[in-house]
Design a protein around this ligand. Structure first.
Ligand code: O7M
Length: 213
């Protein structure tokens, strides 16, 4: 993935037309576009191909099944044009390895979720986040997802994964600070609602970009 702006757009809209318009309009502001269930279930898998004609696409299906099912999910979305996939660590090493093998077969990136950015992540994910980060390194994932809402956790996860990539959601609508997340070790910030729900999305992206300089 290129590293020009260090921003990833979370395109969680449910209209294909709106998604394509936003992807075109915001092209220069984001290094990749993350799309997941909201858009893919509304618009169909073909939307992955259409968006990937405009930008690199990370498929956020938070893949979390047995190895064979993980492989089938990954292959479907990578074959549709995604250049990266996101998987959950908690199903274990064999499940993650299946994602890694599919990603490698397509020359794609694999990102593994460690601790999520919302308050509920304290219950099950936070106590296991370090183990999940170790597992991501063990399967040779490209990187991990770590919360911009808790920069101290980004710092900790960075100390475990070395120079693997950290992509970090939670800035804007969830209250995380972009500058603090980058300072703690995030490589990329993921922003959704603060951009696509703005009256003028490009201006909002521009403002976010300025906070990083
Ligand atoms: O900026 P938002 O809050 O509108 O959107 C954030 C996006 O990041 C949205 O697509 C979430 O599903 C995603 N996300 C989180 O918000 N928190 C996490 O811990 C993990 C993700 C994510 O992208 O996981 C891969």
């Amino acid at each position: 993935m290129k590293k020009d702006t260090r921003l990833i757009l979370a395109l969680d809209v449910t209209s294909k037309e709106q998604a394509l318009t936003l992807a075109e309009e915001l092209q220069g502001y984001f290094d990749a576009i993350k799309i997941g269930y909201p858009l893919i279930l509304s618009a169909g898998l073909c939307v992955v191909k259409e968006i990937s004609a405009i930008s690199q696409v990370i498929a956020d299906l938070k893949v979390a099944d047995i190895p064979n099912t993980n492989r089938l999910i990954c292959e479907a979305v990578l074959d549709a044009g995604a250049s990266g996939i996101i998987a959950q660590a908690f199903p274990g090493k064999d499940s993650l390895l299946a994602c890694k093998e599919s990603a490698s077969a397509f020359g794609a990136d694999l990102f593994v979720v460690t601790e999520m950015s919302h308050p509920g992540a304290h219950l099950f994910m936070a106590p296991l986040a370090e183990k999940m980060a170790h597992l991501a390194a063990e399967v040779d994932a490209t990187g991990v997802v770590a919360p911009a809402t808790r920069p101290d956790r980004i710092r900790l996860i960075r100390s475990i994964i070395g120079d693997r990539t950290i992509i970090s959601p939670g800035v804007g609508a969830q209250g995380g600070s972009a500058a603090a997340a980058l300072k703690a070790g995030a490589d990329y910030l993921i922003a959704g609602r603060s951009i696509y729900e703005a009256k003028r999305p490009a201006e909002s992206a521009e403002r976010l970009l300025k906070t990083l300089q």
